[in-house]
Design a protein around this ligand. Structure first.
Ligand SMILES: C=C(O[C@H]1C=CC=C(C(=O)O)[C@@H]1O)C(=O)O
Length: 379
């Protein structure tokens, strides 16, 4: 990282109170890491106030799925950017053996949950809700979250990956760590330029090139998936319009691929009205989108608070914001929480439910999404 560029306002005189990296965001174009800890925030509004009042020069970390829940944000001593995806300078750890996943809920119960959500949709409670489940795995020795990140980055064709320590990294106490490889950009800001890349509508990749192409064409032509996707795009248009003096929203989604899945994606770009609106402000204004919550936001969020109170940072957002207000926030999907003891890993996967969703296909979709983390944990 020594050759990296330091971004943001870094005070020369302050000493790191912790050497822990604590935050990594690996993207195809570059990697951002937070080094050292100056302040820690579990209240996003306090972090925003500190930033606005100039008491904070940069922020890195995670916001939970529930916008009213506690966050895990750090003002790093240094925000360092390097070109290209993340390289693990720590070297490769010995492979830890990880047991079979235990799914919570089990396949049949998740299918019943989808049925129940479909009944609520028919009754008019909401148009869309994103249901998720967990896969809990036990490791036979301590798992290194940085090594898991390295495997995720190496396994993703675009080199996407993230790692966030969940808790105040000062004080030498081990905290859970969120590690993942998300293909979904919640929001990115460079000066007045703002962009998002919402994804919704999925199909597992095919085993042969011909099958893979046929699956991608089927997804692009699927009326159900287009509807599921359009709800996210409409939400973002409505959320961004008041903040932008120009906004370009393509009429139709395009295909985007990870190693495991095809998705429908829409690249949205805009020009902000005011330079005062930071990347962190934008992330808070937009999150949670219907790609992880539902439509309308209020009723789907109320439903998820009841049926999935344990989401934590899954389906939240992970990212950074520098002193100029620039930054990038990813949707925290395709991820796992490595417990403080480093021996339990909880992966998460979900999918959007709309009228016409098929419970068995939704169960299969969560398995395809779990594969991102499971193939890194159990190669
Ligand atoms: C909620 C997840 O994916 C979202 C992002 C892309 C496609 C999705 C879908 O097709 O349902 C989800 O909206 C997840 O991976 O856990």
């Amino acid at each position: 990282m020594a050759t990296g560029q330091v971004i943001g306002d870094v005070a020369e005189d302050s000493q790191p109170t912790s050497e822990a990296t604590g935050f990594v965001l690996s993207r195809p174009s570059g990697t951002v890491e937070g080094r050292g800890v100056r302040q820690y925030f579990d209240d996003p509004a306090a972090a925003r106030d500190a930033f606005r009042e100039g008491r904070v020069s940069a922020l890195v970390g995670a916001l939970p799925f529930d916008p009213d829940g506690p966050c895990s944000l750090v003002e790093p001593v240094e925000l360092r950017s390097t070109p290209g995806p993340w390289q693990n300078s720590g070297g490769r750890a010995a492979q830890v053996r990880v047991g079979e996943p235990r799914y919570l809920p089990a396949d049949d119960v998740h299918a019943q949950n989808v049925d129940r959500a479909l009944a609520s949709i028919r009754e008019g409670a909401f148009d869309k809700v994103v249901l998720s489940r967990r896969a809990v795995l036990a490791a036979d020795s301590e798992l290194d979250p940085a090594d898991l990140l390295a495997r995720l980055v190496a396994g993703d064709p675009a080199g996407n990956g993230y790692l966030v320590e969940l808790g105040d990294p000062r004080g030498g106490v081990a905290h859970p760590v969120l590690v993942g490889s998300s293909p979904e950009v919640l929001v990115r800001r460079r000066g007045l330029h703002v962009s998002c890349h919402p994804l919704a509508g999925s199909a597992a990749r095919g085993a042969t090139p011909d099958e893979d192409t046929a699956i991608s064409e089927g997804l692009l032509g699927s009326e159900k998936d287009s509807r599921e996707h359009a709800l996210v795009v409409d939400y973002l248009r409505r959320a961004l319009e008041p903040l932008c003096r120009a906004l370009e929203v393509p009429e139709r989604p395009a295909l985007t691929a990870t190693g495991q899945l095809w998705h429908l994606g829409t690249p949205i770009v805009g020009t902000l009205k005011s330079p005062e609106v930071t990347a962190f402000d934008l992330a808070r204004a937009i999150h949670p989108t219907p790609a992880v919550c539902g439509t309308p936001s209020e009723s789907s969020l109320a439903y998820l608070r009841q049926v999935e109170p344990e989401r934590g940072f899954y389906a939240g957002t992970v990212g950074w914001c520098d002193a100029a207000g620039d930054g990038e926030w990813m949707v925290a999907i395709r991820c796992a929480e490595v417990a403080a003891d480093r021996r339990t890993v909880t992966a998460h996967a979900g999918g959007g439910i709309v009228a016409g969703s098929d419970p068995a296909l939704e169960v299969a979709e969560t398995h395809a999404k779990f594969r991102t983390v499971l193939s890194a944990l159990r190669p």
